[in-house]
Design a protein around this ligand. Structure first.
Ligand code: ADP
Ligand code: MG
Length: 700
């Protein structure tokens, strides 16, 4: 048993945090009791600390298995800035670099060693000579072919438990489904591992879905509202990543495409630029993101519908790891559904893939709280609506849509279920294109019966009718729209159909996003962000590893100006305090001083305005709820600056002469007090101030 206070102190000292996130403490205790552990936590949930903190306290070396070289470097950089001795070992290093690490291990100078499963054999000697305290398998779903990132080399990891039966092991993943979970435990030879399953609710992620109309335009306006905020746009194809990136560049947005077809070196460079805040937006295929823990990704957009909810959730999970509010936006189109069905049909496991796609589509079409749907997919039930998704923020209003439904269904009936959505809408709207005229559809009874509804609105109503089960798309017959057996009730028995009111995407946008004040150029946050960027450049680490956005926000709110105040900020540990405290405090102090100076200028200006309006000193003081002496000091200042003020009206001629004499007699006295005493309190402070101001002006 380890004392809870020891854990808390270590958390603050090394990571700068005051409290554990859910399950972290429990998992750490379980490690100290020598158990094996399987941790299921969503992306951004805080898995790393579960093994990094024990590694610091336990005697010996913790081995961390991690799938990607980029991921290792990132984590080791992060640990190093926190003053934790860590290193990584992989095939990208030269022999002498590796040798150096071995010697450090021998000297006991390293607490955590990251390595890829392929490189395990290098370690055999180390294993012999060193105490291993803990073995951590990060991204453990890579071991399972059930998971979505299977890596053959991971299957060798079963060896570790056989080789070190008594060393506690911890496997971590964000993949929730049960089959994968059991597969992981079995393959790692830890079938009895204690399972820790965290809530998948990431409350700080706002969920939003919009129809895929004018996507690029919508994206540009979305980004314009968020200058300086990092984001990822996921696209289905390599081609799309490139066209979207180009269009954004055309709108002066710092965006770039990323996909597996780009040369390895260039890809690393793009990733690095993104991590280092040099590139704001990445348009990527799903290949992007697993390797990076960038904590200040503020938004994720899905340009296309993802193929399943697991993938979608993992991708949006890359936003807001620091816990600050972050946006997610999914564009939904039937074109994508059709495309994805094709992919699914040509994959193994067709039925499973199609079922997963269906769930994804249901989510995108939802007319009730989206988070409830997401979490129920992961087996988690919440009783309250979330209040942080587009549906909750803008609940649909229903109306009697029976006539609209009847029109659509009868058009489909007249077309004998032989045409896709687009043609059905053209018929309803009486379009005169070749597709219609060639087939003589203009003679149908339903031709042009609903011109008053726009093309895009029709598309959405038909989508609703599909979701209500009156229509279906025959994906295997060129996506023809067909009636279902329930359609009869509407067509012949006047069954009432409730449809949801359509809201323009732009209206939704206006209503939902409480117009955030645009990031202010001169805010303290912006100043601290600049400072962070500069330090990150100097030290050659990602900016968010100096301090994350949440920490900067807290500094902005609290304005710590001393070491004691600074260390209280969440995210400030001992080593960061030592290394960066001085610079940040200095910036905060100088910002506050400037603000004060500016406030002074502003308040003097206000007094002058009232003076110009003809108010007396007394009246100004009353109006501004300030003391008269304060107003006098403003007036004196304005007068000294050369403003048109009749200073003499505030002072008796004799008093002024008395002050003039006193000034000579007192020989450059400091402040007002010596005068006040010299006159034995017969002339007030305010009058003395006025007199001195006049004399000074005369001298200059
Ligand atoms: P995961 O590996 O589960 O995706 P990470 O371990 O990378 O998540 O953690 C995500 C973010 O949460 C990191 O920026 C980390 O510093 C932060 N974090 C972790 N634990 C805490 C905590 N107890 N308090 C505040 N922030 C935390
Ligand atoms: Mg992680």
């Amino acid at each position: 048993m380890i004392a809870p206070t020891t854990l808390k102190n270590t958390l603050k000292e090394y990571f700068g945090y005051d409290t554990f996130r859910p399950l972290q403490e429990e998992i750490i205790h379980s490690i100290f009791s020598g158990k094996d552990n399987l941790v299921i936590m969503p992306t951004g949930g805080g898995k790393s600390i579960c093994f990094q903190l024990p590694a610091i306290l336990l005697d010996g070396l913790t081995i961390v298995i991690s799938p990607l070289i980029a991921l290792m470097k990132d984590q080791v950089d992060g640990l190093t800035t926190n003053g934790i001795a860590a290193a990584y070992l992989n095939s990208s290093q030269t022999e002498s670099e590796q040798q150096e690490i071995y010697s450090k291990i021998d000297a006991g100078e390293i607490k955590l060693l990251y390595t890829a499963p392929e490189s395990l054999s290098y370690l055999e000697n180390t294993f012999n000579s060193k105490t291993i305290s803990l073995i951590a398998i990060d991204e453990a779903h890579c071991i399972s072919s059930w998971g979505h990132d299977f890596r053959p080399a991971y299957t060798n990891l079963g060896y570790l438990k056989k080789r070190f039966p008594t060393i506690p092991m911890i496997a971590l993943t964000a993949t929730a489904d049960k089959a994968t979970r059991e597969d992981i435990a079995n393959q790692l030879n830890i079938p009895h591992a204690k399972q820790h399953i965290a809530s998948f609710d990431r409350k700080n992620l706002k969920l939003e879905v919009r129809p895929a109309n004018d996507r690029v335009k919508q994206i540009i306006s979305f980004i314009d509202d968020r200058p300086n905020e990092s984001g990822i746009i996921y696209c289905l194809s390599r081609k799309a990543t490139e066209t979207v990136a180009e269009k954004l560049q055309g709108a002066n947005i710092n965006a770039i495409a990323y996909h597996a077809g780009i040369a390895h070196e260039k890809r690393s460079k793009i990733q690095e630029d993104f991590i280092n805040d040099k590139c704001q937006v990445i348009c990527a295929t799903i290949a992007f993101g697993m390797g990076i823990d960038k904590s200040n990704v503020r938004w994720v957009i899905h340009y296309n519908l993802p193929k399943n909810i697991e993938g979608y959730y993992q991708e949006i999970g890359r936003a807001g790891r620091d816990g600050l509010p972050s946006n997610t936006l999914l564009f939904h189109s039937y074109g994508d559904v059709i495309q994805l069905k094709k992919f699914a049909q040509s994959s193994g496991n067709v039925e499973v893939q199609l079922a997963k796609l269906d769930r994804m589509k249901e989510y995108a079409d939802a007319l009730s709280c989206r988070r409830k749907i997401l979490l129920s997919y992961f087996g988690e039930l919440i009783s309250e609506d979330c209040g942080n998704c587009d549906v909750c923020n803008n609940p649909p209003q229903f109306f009697d849509g029976t006539i609209i439904a009847q029109k659509a269904l009868s058009a489909v009936a007249r077309l004998n279920g032989q045409e896709p959505i687009g043609t059905v809408i053209d018929v309803l709207r009486g379009a005169q294109n070749n597709a219609i005229l060639d087939k003589n559809y203009q003679t149908l009874k339903t031709y042009g019966i609903a011109k008053d509804i726009s093309w895009l609105d029709w598309k959405q109503y038909i989508t609703q009718l599909i979701n209500l089960g009156y229509l279906e798309i025959a994906f295997h017959e060129n996506n023809k729209l067909k009636l279902t057996e329930f359609a009869k009730d509407v067509l012949f028995n006047s069954k009432k159909v409730d449809l949801a009111n359509l809201v323009e995407a732009t209206e939704v946008l206006e209503a939902q996003i409480p117009k955030k004040p645009k990031a202010k150029k001169n805010s303290l946050f912006e100043r601290l962000r600049q400072l962070r960027y500069k330090i990150a450049q100097d030290e050659d680490v990602p900016a968010y590893q100096i301090f994350n956005d949440a920490t900067l926000r807290e500094m902005e709110a609290e304005r710590p100006m001393s070491d004691e105040e600074f260390i209280r900020i969440s995210g400030v540990g001992r080593v960061k305090m030592m290394n960066y405290g001085h610079d940040f405090i200095k910036e905060i102090i100088s910002f506050s001083k400037e603000k004060k100076r500016k406030r002074k200028v502003d308040t003097t200006k206000k007094t002058y305005e009232l003076y110009q309006q003809g108010l007396s000193i007394e009246e100004i003081a009353q109006e501004r709820k300030l003391a008269q002496t304060t107003i006098f000091s403003h007036i004196s200042k304005l007068y000294a600056e050369g403003k048109d003020i009749d200073m003499h009206q505030f002072i008796d001629k004799h008093d002024l002469e008395a002050i003039r004499k006193a000034k000579v007699a007192l020989e450059n006295p400091d402040g007002l007090k010596p005068y006040f005493e010299h006159f034995q309190e017969a002339i007030s402070y305010a009058t003395i101030r006025v007199g001195l101001t006049i004399l000074k002006k005369e001298e200059s």
